[in-house]
Every structure is written in structure tokens, then in C-alpha cells.
Ligand binder design. Structure first.
Ligand SMILES: [Fe+2]
Length: 271
């Protein structure tokens, strides 16, 4: 499903659109309906499924930030990381079971796309790359925005995500990408996915593909915006990860250690 010019787009534009597969779109439409229901639950019920020590779970506004801790991201979120599934697939959270099942189903499909991206790119740079499994320490995150409630110009300040790639879709406008030319406004449609390179991909490619900085603009005419991100990370228990291209930008950097610590840049638990 990757376009023929996928690598060129990442290098020259800084990002690349993918067509949304039909069956995945149906699953994401269902997931977004369930997500809307989840975020409408009473705060006390959402808090039951919230933890500080793991990525998985609900987070209210004011915890995660993109640039500085004094400017929190203006969205609630729910995250799911496969290796932490025991936290949520638990009899205590039967009220959210349909939602959680759908999250897990979409997670597995997104991981297949992420794997296709990584295998495709690795093959361009080297014939000796070890396979990178991503199905344990990547996480799927659903962000719920209510733009009309906020006065700030940006709901998330400019940042890069710090993963191999982020694969994102949203049902409304707001996401702006700082490509290699100028800011590009993503229209916000479930007909497309956007692949956004992160710091780990820059480390793997000797900075040939650079991290994509992006932000979320506040459009106050929008009542609800839902965004879904697959934050793709290498499994951290499968040994060291050598760069595909080694040069002065990545020599002696431990990519697995960087992957593990990067979420703490945004107020989140380490991998
Ligand atoms: Fe981001």
C-alpha cells in the first residue's frame, strides 16, 4: 500500500500520506464512535482506568505536554500498549470492554502498516538490517479535543514525537506539519493516514530522514475532534539496534535507550 515515491516524500517533503485501507477505515469509524462514548463517561469512571506508571490508560488534560510542562496539551487521551494489556483486560473494566477490544484490533492493524514502512525503508538503506519488531512497546493513542472550549492558538505546541514513525488520522482539521518547505495543514479525514518520521528514524538513517515537527491548531468552530496515533517504537527487549547508516549524527547513540527514555520528554512514563 506504500506509494512508489514513499521514501522520496519522507526525505523531500518530510512526511507522506497513505490511502486508508477500506477495512481499516471501517474499524476506525467504529473505534471513533466508541471513543466518543468513552470520553463522555463520567470523570470518575474514566479515572478508574488511569495510571501514572504505565503508558496504557486514560489521561486528563494537564498531564501530557508537547513543548514545556507549563503548556499542557489541551486534550484528553486514552493509550493502549500491547505489553501492558493486563492492566485493561481485567474484570474491573468490563464497562469499557467493547471499546478496549476495538482499540486492540486497530492496534494490531496499525502495527502491520508500521512494519511495512520499516521493512521498506530498511531495505533502501542496507541489506543487513535486523528485523525490527514493534508490537510490544508501540502504543495506540486516541486524543479527544473540544476546541471550542479553549482560547489558545494551539492545542498542542510544536514538537516531534520521538518514535520511529507516528501514523496518524483524525476526523477534523487542526494538525499542521512543518515540512521541509512551509507548514502544511492536514484536512482531517479518515480516508487517509499520515506517516510522520520521528527522532528514532533520524537515528536509524543517519539523519537522512529528519524528525517531523508538527502542532495542533485550535479551530474554535469545531466542537469535537478525535485523532488516532500509532506511535511506533522498537521492542526494547530484543537487543541493540544498529543504525542503517552510521555517521557523525548517530555514532555511539544507543537507539533502544533513546526509545525507552523519549516519552519522559513529554511527561509520560518511560517505555
Ligand atoms: Fe505529536
Amino acid at each position: 500500500m506504500l506509494p512508489a515515491n514513499f521514501h522520496k516524500q519522507l526525505v523531500e517533503e518530510g512526511f507522506c500520506y497513505l490511502d486508508m485501507p477500506t477495512s481499516l477505515k471501517q474499524d476506525i469509524v467504529t473505534l471513533f464512535d466508541l471513543t466518543a462514548e468513552f470520553f463522555e463517561l463520567p470523570q470518575a469512571q474514566k479515572n478508574l482506568i488511569s495510571w501514572e506508571d504505565v503508558m496504557t490508560g486514560y489521561r486528563s488534560i494537564g498531564i501530557e505536554y508537547s513543548a514545556t510542562p507549563d503548556n499542557p496539551d489541551l486534550n484528553e487521551s486514552f493509550s493502549y500498549k500491547n505489553i501492558e494489556e493486563a492492566r485493561v483486560f481485567n474484570d474491573k473494566f468490563l464497562y469499557a470492554r467493547t471499546f478496549l477490544n476495538q482499540v486492540r484490533q486497530v492496534y494490531l492493524q496499525m502495527d502491520k502498516i508500521a512494519t511495512e514502512v520499516i521493512v521498506h525503508l530498511a531495505d533502501i538503506y542496507t541489506k543487513n538490517a535486523r528485523h525490527i519488531n514493534t508490537d510490544l512497546h508501540s502504543w495506540l493513542q486516541l486524543n479527544c479535543y473540544r476546541p471550542y472550549l479553549h482560547k489558545r492558538e494551539f492545542l498542542q505546541d510544536e514538537h516531534e514525537d520521538g518514535h520511529i514513525v507516528t501514523i496518524i488520522t483524525a476526523n477534523q482539521k487542526g494538525l499542521e506539519l512543518r515540512g521541509n518547505r512551509d507548514y502544511h495543514a492536514v484536512k482531517g479525514s479518515l480516508d487517509e493516514l499520515v506517516v510522520m518520521p520521528g527522532e528514532l528514524l533520524a537515528l536509524l538513517t543517519g539523519n537522512d530522514i529528519q524528525p517531523l515537527y508538527h502542532r495542533v491548531r485550535n479551530h474554535q468552530d469545531i466542537k469535537h475532534r478525535t485523532a488516532m496515533m500509532y506511535f511506533c517504537n522498537p521492542n526494547t527487549n530484543e537487543g541493540p539496534l544498529m543504525p542503517w547508516v552510521e555517521n557523525d549524527t548517530n555514532r555511539q547513540i544507543d537507539i533502544i535507550a533513546r526509545a525507552t527514555s523519549n516519552p519522559s520528554r513529554y511527561g509520560l512514563p518511560v517505555l
